[in-house]
Design a protein around this ligand. Structure first.
Ligand SMILES: *[C@@H]1O[C@H](CO)[C@@H](O)[C@H](O)[C@H]1NC(C)=O
Ligand SMILES: *[C@@H]1O[C@H](CO)[C@@H](O)[C@H](O)[C@H]1NC(C)=O
Ligand SMILES: *[C@@H]1O[C@H](CO)[C@@H](O)[C@H](O)[C@H]1NC(C)=O
Ligand SMILES: *[C@@H]1O[C@H](CO)[C@@H](O)[C@H](O)[C@H]1NC(C)=O
Ligand SMILES: *[C@@H]1O[C@H](CO)[C@@H](O)[C@H](O)[C@H]1NC(C)=O
Length: 504
């Protein structure tokens, strides 16, 4: 710790160049570098064998108009059939881990634990075995947005019974894969599921349950995570020895100017704190409880729309995160909504967000590039939760369908540099980092229009052939040297986008 302190003081006096000398842009020994995917985004094979229908199958088939190109994940990358090729590519790139998710309705066709699909389970056993045989650590996400449609018909994440259904599903996977899998993710990005799935049409199930749906969903997500954690602790931990964490999408929330330090903190609490505070401290952040109660009252609700945990639940939830998984892509400047001075409440947080006009934007409309926000966020996490074990499970950049993806390499370079400074200079306990994504894949409501892969997939052809991009070659060098590599200079400008600020 002292080392970091001294480095920080020196750096503070000698400017940022010093940071990189201190950091040397090497990864600490034991640091884990990997990549990831999600079942619905890559597997395809939506109706093989006895697989049940999930919310995404249902959503894209019934509402193709919601998807930018009217496409769906029926075939996607065909990874259900091509997992050996995927694993070979992950291995040849040199990644340490592969984080994949399990499709609930592929394993449990009825949605419940009464029927286990042999084929479904076998697929995940095969994939896990293939990874292990190739020296790649499997990290398994139990749930990445695709719960069985039958459960949605009963309210999905707004029905508290999902907690028990989820635990029963998780138990089957711990039993089947837990001898090989030592790092589990319960739920990926509750904020997206609950905010976009139950208050907007952006993600399945696309139910607009204004004001109420999001928090009810979040409440049940926390309970499902915690009960699953406790079940693992009681039934599996001794013999399997794995760790369990949740994965939250955390942007960098920076004050618009120094008047808005509190606003930036509030933004963080409404985003990361919503889930992380209960898991580390047993209850929602105070600012969330106060603000949602206040705004609920102003709207005439007889009680706060943010549900409360009983003391019994607080005890169950408190301390149920072995590591904090974070997906980070972008940042925002935060300031207070001036309408509140007039007594008008436009949102629970009372905040507005903006970006700097100099920040480049990826093909995803929300993905503004601001690498400094990554380090800022990691330091905030360090300070809020007693420097928890932290795994960046997703970080990446969406671009055009382009093999010469210089903009993506730039993004990785600048973001990784900020992460290494946060780790080596500032002592942030980040132990792993995952590239999103190994393959171009079905990007939810954006369909196949935004490509995050370091490997291109030919979606228009039944062969779904894979082709490595320049960023894959760059990663291969980074992984073999365990050190950031310089960014190649484009010989021709292959992008229609304007240059990034560091391409001076
Ligand atoms: C599975 O879905 C495809 C469309 O994606 C369809 O062509 C095929 O007939 C379906 N197969 C079965 C067994 O239902
Ligand atoms: C699993 O692997 C076995 C042996 O290679 C193969 O026969 C089977 O088809 C695979 N099953 C799935 C679902 O991938
Ligand atoms: C921050 O920005 C607000 C709104 O533009 C302005 O009123 C305030 O004076 C600024 N504060 C500082 C410290 O610059
Ligand atoms: C959570 O656990 C910590 C440490 O055991 C304790 O200090 C704290 O009071 C608990 N929180 C709640 C809300 O019970
Ligand atoms: C896909 O790859 C296979 C094997 O390399 C090749 O035979 C096939 O022609 C390719 N398909 C397309 C459309 O390029």
């Amino acid at each position: 710790m002292k080392r970091y302190l001294i480095a920080t003081i020196i750096c503070a006096t000698i400017s940022t160049v010093c940071c990189c000398d201190v950091v040397k842009l090497t990864f600490p020994s034991g640091f884990s570098l990997g990549t990831g995917s999600a079942a619905y985004q890559v597997e395809g094979a939506w109706n093989v064998s006895d697989k049940g229908e999930n919310v995404w199958d249902y959503y894209v088939h019934n509402h193709p108009e919601i998807i930018a190109d009217g496409s769906n994940g029926d075939v996607a990358c065909n990874s259900y059939y091509k997992y050996k090729e995927d694993v070979a590519l992950i291995k040849s790139t040199g990644f340490d881990f592969y984080r994949f998710s399990v499709s609930w309705s592929r394993v449990l066709p009825t949605g419940f634990a009464n029927v286990i699909s042999e084929d479904g389970l076998q697929y995940y056993k095969n994939l896990t075995a293939e990874l292990v045989a190739n020296g790649i650590e499997p990290i398994v996400t139990l749930y990445h947005w695709d719960h069985p449609q039958v459960i949605e018909e009963m309210g999905g994440w707004t029905n508290e019974l999902i907690v028990d259904w989820f635990v029963a599903y998780a138990r089957i996977l711990f039993e089947a894969l837990g001898d090989s899998v030592k790092r589990w993710v319960t739920i990926n990005e509750p904020d997206s599921i609950c905010g976009d799935g139950y208050e907007s049409t952006r993600l399945a199930p696309g139910k607009i349950i204004t004001d109420i749906g999001k928090y009810l969903c979040g409440h049940n997500v926390i309970k499902a995570h915690a009960k699953t954690y406790r079940m693992y602790e009681e039934e599996f931990r001794d013999r399997q020895g794995g760790v369990i964490g949740i994965v939250l999408p955390v942007s960098g929330y920076l004050p618009y100017n120094s008047s808005y330090e509190d606003a930036a903190d509030t933004a963080f609490q409404f985003n990361c704190g919503w889930m992380a505070h209960p898991l580390y401290f047993g209850d929602y952040p105070e600012i969330m409880k106060t603000r949602v109660a206040l705004v609920s009252e102003s709207q005439g609700y007889p009680r706060s729309r943010l549900p409360e945990f009983s003391d019994e639940w607080k005890a169950i939830i408190n301390g149920t995160n072995d590591y904090l998984g974070i997906n980070h892509y972008t940042s925002r400047f935060v300031y207070n909504d001036p309408d509140e001075e007039l007594g008008i409440y436009n949102s629970d947080s009372g905040l507005l967000m903006t970006v700097d006009s100099s920040w480049p934007v990826a093909t995803s409309s929300w993905l503004y590039v601001y690498p400094e926000g990554f380090g800022y966020m990691l330091r905030k996490v360090r300070d809020e939760y007693n420097n928890p074990s932290t795994w960046v499970m997703e970080n990446g950049y969406s671009g055009a369908d382009n093999l010469e993806d210089y903009d993506r390499i730039n993004y990785f370079y600048e973001y990784l540099k900020e992460m290494l400074i946060a780790v080596k200079r500032d002592g942030c306990n980040v132990e792993g980092y995952g590239v999103w994504s190994i393959l171009d894949n079905f990007e939810w409501a954006d369909g196949y229009t935004n490509r995050f892969g370091i490997i291109r997939v030919e979606f228009d052809d039944a062969d779904t052939n894979r082709t490595t991009k320049l960023s894959q070659a760059w990663w291969k060098k980074v992984l073999s040297k365990r050190k950031l590599q310089s960014v190649p200079t484009p010989t021709t400008n292959t992008n229609t986008r304007t240059g990034l600020p560091w391409q001076k």
